[in-house]
Each structure stands twice: as C-alpha cells, then as structure tokens.
Design a protein around this ligand. Structure first.
Ligand code: NAP
Length: 340
C-alpha cells in the first residue's frame, strides 16, 4: 500500500530515514521544514528521487503553510518536535511547540481528510516521574509529569502525546491515531548535522568523559524506527495504538557501550574510557553543570523495555543494539565528525 504521505520535520534525523524508506516503497512524499531556504540542503543530504518529494514551509508554532502541505495527503507522520541540544532555561520552549504542534498537525490532517496520523512520541512519555523503584515498562505506562525526575523534554513529549490522544477522542472524527515511542535513537548519520541522540556514543568514542557515569539507555536503530513508523502507517486496526520502539534487550549502560566499541572497533577505541565514574563524583559535577544535573536522577537506574508489542502486532524485526552502536561509531568516523 502506498499513497501520498506528509512527514513533518523533514530536516530531522529520523525523518530522513523515514522519507527514504517511504520513497523506496513507492509513496509520494511531502515534507515540512521550517523555512524553504533550507530546501536545497535537505534534498542534498536526503539523496532521493526529487520528483517524489515536495517540501513545504510550516512551523509548529504557526498555522501558516499547514493546509497547503496536507492538501491531498492520505497519511501523515508527525515527527517535528524540539529536541534540546543544551539545557533549556524555560521548559515552555519545548512544551509549547511540542503540544501545540501536535494539535495543529491533527487539526489540519482531519480537515484535509487524512485517514491516519502516526505521531513520533518517545519512551520519555512512558518512563519517568515515579517515586517507586519501577524498572520495567510497557506501553501501558505513562510518565507522571508531577514526579521529581522529569526533564523538560520528557514533559514536552508526555504533554504532547496526552493532548493528542485527548483531542482525537473529542474531535478526531474518523482520523486514526497511532504513536511510535522510540528509545535513544542511534545509527548511521545522514550528514554532519545529526540528532543529539548520537551524543552518548560520540562522547564515549571520543573519550569526552574521563570515566564512565553509571547511566543506561534503551537503544534503537534509526533504520528500524523508520520501518516501524511505516508499518504503523499501513497495518489494519491501528486506531489508538502505542508502540515502544526499542531494540530487544536493548537497555545498555555506558560501560557496556564502551565495551562494545573496544571489542568491535579496536583500532578506533584508543580514547574510550574504561574506568567507572563513582556516583558521588557525578553529584559534585552536577552542582556546577546543569546538563549533568538533569541526568543525576538516572544514575544507577535500570529501565527495561521490550519491543514485544511491535513484534507481535506489526512483525517488526529490530536489529541488536550492539550493531547500532558499532554502525553509529563507524559513521561518525567515516563522516569525519569523530577523529579517533
Ligand atoms: P531532530 O533531527 O532534531 O529532528 C527534529 C525535527 O523537528 C527537525 O526537523 C526540526 O526542525 C523540527 N522542529 C523542531 N522545532 C520545530 C518547530 N518549532 N517547527 C517546526 N519544526 C520543528 O531529531 P530526531 O531525533 O529526528 O527527532 C524526531 C522525532 O523523534 C521528535 O519528535 C523526537 O522527540 C522523537 N524522538 C527522538 C528520539 C531520539 O533519540 N532521537 C527518541 C525518541 C523520540 P529544524 O531542523 O528546523 O530544527
């Protein structure tokens, strides 16, 4: 099945792989970017058949351009949402565009007669804000934004997904709504401008930490995340579905990522730290560094999540997390981003 699909946030990392796969599978793709001045740059790194891709200007914070971008589309993948590369002073810098942008995408999709919208949410809308020591999560779990360990980004993804589901229930009509909730997305780069999610591997590879903090992440490959979005776009009976996009047994600590790099890329692992950083040392650093402060609540935490639902319902076959770690590092080196 292939039709006309709009991908929002067409300049993004996951969007790039999704657009490529959609075009390979015969879809006609439209994509929004904030400003058409970037059209040539985006086309240059996507390297797809330009006749199958049209670009439109639309921002999450304004109605301008959305109706034109949606006109004639059967499906929408709503991926645009702010990802902070640095600590944000005001959490509304993330929350407002994420929430209002999702509602805007839904409203314009319904009005254009779109049949299904797949929204990219996150495990950040699932894992956080709990006082109990819960270490295992499914699609039934939700982040409690009133909890203590909830970052501005996690709040933005939770509030946006909740608002979208509430809107669908009240005003969605026949528009079907599905979310894909990825873990930390890794994989090859499309260009030298890459998602902040690759920083964990980049920093370990480059020896940016003198020692390894006791932090872990549920990893997933960008190529598999793109594939899951397309499966969610086309499979029958999807209305209201929620799929975690994580690799099987893909919760890896930084020390495990370091060990994978040392074992599988020994010629490039000279800067990879091997010592563990004690949690007390991280706590001292966090007093001076707001980025580290955001991670303090995660020290020593385990958050198991498995892709069982997507495997069973959609036949999704994500690759092992270790392969994505290696492919990320190889790509960072090949693109000249990491000199190791
Ligand atoms: P990315 O490369 O930073 O892409 C984010 C996209 O959102 C960019 O195209 C960006 O446009 C766009 N955007 C941000 N603010 C916007 C605004 N006000 N108006 C219009 N567009 C705006 O990151 P990504 O990793 O591909 O993320 C894509 C989606 O996946 C996001 O919804 C993110 O929350 C979700 N996600 C990502 C991860 C991960 O580990 N990467 C994990 C879970 C969920 P510009 O290029 O103009 O900034």
């Amino acid at each position: 099945m292939a039709g006309v699909v709009l991908v929002t946030g067409g300049s993004g990392y996951i969007a790039g792989f999704t657009i490529r796969q959609l075009i390979e599978q015969g879809w006609t793709v439209r994509a929004t970017i904030r400003n058409l001045r970037r059209e040539a740059e985006v086309r240059d790194w996507l390297k797809v058949d330009n006749d199958r891709l049209s670009l439109f200007a639309a921002d999450l914070t304004s109605d301008a351009g959305w109706a034109e971008a949606m006109a004639g589309c059967s499906h929408v993948v709503h991926m645009a949402s702010p990802i902070p590369a640095h600590h944000v002073k005001d959490e509304n810098e993330l929350i407002v565009p994420a929430r209002d942008g999702a509602l805007r995408a839904l409203r314009f999709a319904r009005d254009a007669g779109v049949t299904r919208l797949v929204m990219t949410s996150s495990v950040a809308a699932i894992f956080y804000g709990r006082t109990a020591d819960k270490d295992s999560f499914t699609e039934a779990d939700w982040t409690d934004i009133a909890g203590g360990d909830v970052s501005a980004y996690a709040k933005s993804k939770t509030i946006a997904e909740r608002a979208a589901r509430d809107w669908i229930a009240a005003e969605g009509g026949s528009l079907e709504f599905v979310t894909v909730n990825p873990g930390l997305v890794l994989g090859p780069l499309l260009g030298t401008d890459f998602s902040p999610s690759l920083e964990a591997v980049k920093r370990v590879l480059e020896g940016a930490y003198p020692a390894l903090p006791d932090l872990g992440f549920n990893l997933v490959d960008v190529r598999d995340v793109a594939d899951l979005h397309i499966r969610a776009l086309t499979a029958p009976d999807m209305s209201g579905e929620r799929f975690m996009a994580v690799a099987p047994h893909g919760f890896l600590r930084l020390a495990e990522i370091a060990a994978i790099l040392c074992e599988r890329l020994p010629d490039h692992a000279g800067k990879v730290p091997t010592r563990r950083m004690p949690n007390w040392a991280m706590r001292i650093v966090s007093l001076f560094d707001p980025v580290i402060r955001q991670m303090i609540g995660e020290l020593g935490k385990t958050r198991h999540a498995e892709p069982t639902h997507a495997i069973e319902k959609l036949g999704w076959r994500p690759r092992p997390a270790a392969d994505s770690v290696v492919d990320t590092a190889k790509s960072l080196i090949a693109m000249g981003v990491s000199k190791v």
